[in-house]
Design a protein around this ligand. Structure first.
Ligand code: ATP
Length: 309
């Protein structure tokens, strides 16, 4: 499953699915899917170690204030607030249906909130259209990639440049960053592996020169080795001055790359803090909505660690 195909392609593994959710079922999602207990109320863990310092002073690049979003009768987000500072990787975690994608899509302007506000660099853009937000630097890599499968790699990158701001990212720079891409630039993206498609989707976002890059479930349907390779590119990408807000169900991956994590459960905040300040048990309790979380350092009874080692 995780053996390379041996055609000099770093982003493909045998058995890997192409676009979309791969082997992950998107059906039958409901509010009860991820919750196996009662919600214990939000927890904010204050920084108390020198590890993983967070640039949490000054004006946040992104501020979300008391954001409430409904899908019909369903309250998908309930008064969510967060602040993302320049240069950080802020990770939203949570089970299926927690509201993570709704949050990213609302920030990108694809859902209209029932209440609350969204500010970029102190400027309120809650009522702005998605393309206006893109021009101001909010760009999303959507869940499932959403490439134009019949268009070539390069044509997809050109689509990303439609609302491009001035900045360091060009199509050539994307080719330099993802070295396999240039020689396959004329290939329809439907013919690429899932990992390759994901990197094209990232490239498409980068050529818009975002200030804030929204990454929705990069790991979906991809083999772990590919996921690690994609996340391994983050420091290089961040080096061009980006700030990242990402959504991830793979908690261990999120904890590895993020300077701040924020856990949602059924549309509400259950935990937030720096990875260095949270224990596996606290994250598990917040993720699954377990009441009476085990004290720090002690595994909750009957629970398995969400990440290896
Ligand atoms: P997943 O990882 O499964 O995508 P998520 O945390 O991203 O989960 P959302 O996709 O934001 O969660 O969904 C939150 C809730 O809103 C779910 O109950 C989902 O079924 C519902 N939902 C999401 N989008 C819509 C929509 N367009 N119309 C109606 N309900 C929706």
């Amino acid at each position: 499953m995780t053996e390379p195909k041996g055609r000099g392609d770093d982003w493909t593994v045998q058995g890997e699915q192409g676009g979309g959710r791969g082997g992950t079922s998107d059906e039958g999602r409901s509010r009860s899917e991820g919750g196996v207990g009662r919600w214990a109320g939000p927890r904010r863990l204050e920084a108390n170690t020198a590890n993983g310092a967070r640039p949490d002073s000054g004006t946040p690049l992104l501020e979300v204030r008391d954001l409430t979003v409904n899908h019909g009768q369903l309250r998908a987000l309930d008064a969510i607030s967060l602040r993302v500072f320049p240069g950080e990787v802020y990770a939203m975690i949570g089970a299926n249906g927690a509201g993570k994608s709704t949050l990213l899509r609302t920030i990108a302007g694809l859902h209209r909130p029932a209440a609350g506000s969204i500010l970029l660099d102190g400027q309120d853009l809650t009522r702005q259209r998605p393309e206006r937000r893109a021009r101001q630097g909010i760009v999303m890599v959507p869940e499932g990639r959403r490439l134009f499968g019949s268009l070539s790699v390069e044509e997809n990158l050109q689509v990303g440049a439609t609302y491009a701001r001035k900045g360091p990212w060009t199509i050539d720079r994307v080719y330099e960053t993802f070295s396999w891409m240039k020689e396959r630039r004329n290939q329809p993206t439907a013919q690429l592996s899932g990992g390759e498609q994901q990197t094209v989707a990232i490239g498409r976002a980068l050529v818009a020169n975002p200030r804030l890059l929204l990454l929705d479930e990069l790991s979906l349907g991809l083999a772990p080795v590919i996921v690690q390779r994609i996340y391994g590119m983050l420091p290089q990408i961040m080096g061009t001055g980006l700030t990242v807000l990402l959504v991830e169900q793979d908690v261990s991956q999120a904890l590895r790359v993020a300077s701040h994590i924020h856990c949602l459960l059924e549309g509400r905040t259950t935990l937030e803090g720096r990875p260095a300040d949270v224990t596996a048990e606290q994250v598990e309790a917040a993720y699954f909505g377990l009441a009476g979380a085990a004290p720090a350092g002690q595994p909750a009874e009957g629970s398995e660690s969400l990440w290896p080692g």
